[in-house]
Design a protein around this ligand. Structure first.
Ligand code: F6P
Length: 364
């Protein structure tokens, strides 16, 4: 601990409510409790490669705990081990800039890095750890798809946003006797759809973990219709797919950590339902509203706990770890545990059973 003078931090991947609360907590804990300086690399790993950083102090992190976005900027395109060096629109040319990044960490006077990110960012963090950089990770993503933690920060804010959207869709669906579909994010996991769907009173929830049959969805809508419920609410995760279908891809983005941009399943399901039932069906794609804006109090508190715990893990030499919520305690876990696989919704979990018990259909 007594040898540590300065820690570098960065935020990587898609932004997420709670990033600023983590930055604030790391900075206040490092300076206040340990007398350690903090610098923030700008725009994630891009700032690390380009040697672009700023000093963080009490003043610069004051008043940001409740704000959305990240004061450091972020990107989900830049990987120092495969760094894009060709100009935009030309054939991509990549180069390994990891040695440059390590040099920049040392030139900035940093003893190591606290990396705040999801699986793409933490995979890169693990590679730096393997070549000797002192690393501690913080689990960020609205998707909640990281292993080895009960929950990532940002997830509950996204659920809150989606749930509020469902409350609004409910009243207009009922007034117009329509089927309303809400497409939510989550990549290959259905956590946001499942939690928002239960909270927002959805009749059907479609998630990647449970392939759906259109017939079963229509059975549910017709059953409701026959029982004088002439409207239905469907939540579709962007990664959901039919039993005999595949995920809907909006676009391929080869230069991104996440080259498959999902999207379009809501429109597809909506069109199919309208064609087969004749019931007017409308689709809302919630998109980046789930990522923007203020974190809810749960995420402000979790982010603050994660930030302080990350500094404590760093000063106690627990490198190559990620801070994690397990039950009610914050612990550390090996980064390798967190990134070994995407955490999907277990289809035999009590939350799925509960949803079925109250009559929610998963289209299966
Ligand atoms: O991982 C977070 C997330 O919001 C996913 O839910 C979504 O698929 C993806 O990022 C969208 O990323 P982008 O902002 O690059 O389109």
């Amino acid at each position: 601990m007594k040898d540590i003078k300065r820690i570098g931090i960065l935020t990587g991947g898609g932004d997420c409510p709670g990033l600023n609360a983590v930055i604030r907590s790391i900075t206040k804990t490092a300076i206040g409790d340990y007398g350690i300086e903090v610098v923030g690399f700008i725009d994630g790993f891009k700032g690390l490669v380009e040697n672009h950083y700023r000093t963080l102090d009490f003043q610069s992190v004051s008043g940001i705990g409740h704000t959305g976005g990240t004061i450091l900027g972020t990107t989900n395109r830049d990987n120092p081990f495969r760094y894009l060096i060709s100009p935009e629109k030309e054939e991509p040319v990549y180069c390994d800039k990891s040695a440059q990044a390590i040099q920049n960490i040392s030139d900035a006077g940093c003893d190591g890095l606290i990396v705040i990110g999801g699986d793409g960012t933490l995979n890169i963090a693990q590679r730096f750890h393997e070549i000797g950089v002192k690393i501690v990770g913080v689990p960020k993503t609205i998707d909640n798809d990281l292993q080895a933690t009960d929950v990532t920060f940002g997830f509950n804010t996204a659920v809150n946003t989606a749930s509020e959207a469902l409350d609004k869709l409910h009243t207009t669906a009922e007034s117009h006797h329509r089927v309303m579909i809400l497409e939510v994010m989550g990549r290959y996991a259905g956590w946001i759809a499942l939690h928002a769907g239960i909270s927002g009173g959805a009749d059907v929830i479609l998630i990647p973990e449970i392939p759906y049959s259109l017939d079963r969805i229509i059975d549910k809508i017709k059953f409701r219709y026959q029982h004088n419920k002439k409207f239905s609410i469907i939540v579709v995760a962007e990664g959901a797919a039919a039993i005999d279908g595949k995920m809907e891809v909006q676009k391929m983005v080869p230069t991104s950590h996440d080259p498959i941009r999902l999207g379009g399943i809501g429109r597809k399901v909506g069109q199919d339902i309208e064609d087969l039932t004749g019931i007017e069906t409308r689709v809302t794609v919630l998109g980046h509203l789930q990522r923007g804006g203020q974190p809810i109090p749960f995420d402000r508190i979790l982010s603050t706990r994660y930030g302080a715990a990350a500094v404590e893990a760093f000063v106690s030499g627990q490198f190559g770890t990620m801070v994690s919520l397990q039950g009610t305690s914050i612990n550390t876990v090996p980064l390798t545990e967190a990134i070994k696989d995407i955490k999907k919704v277990p289809t035999d979990s009590d939350i799925i059973r509960t949803a079925r018990s109250i009559g929610i259909s998963f289209g299966d």
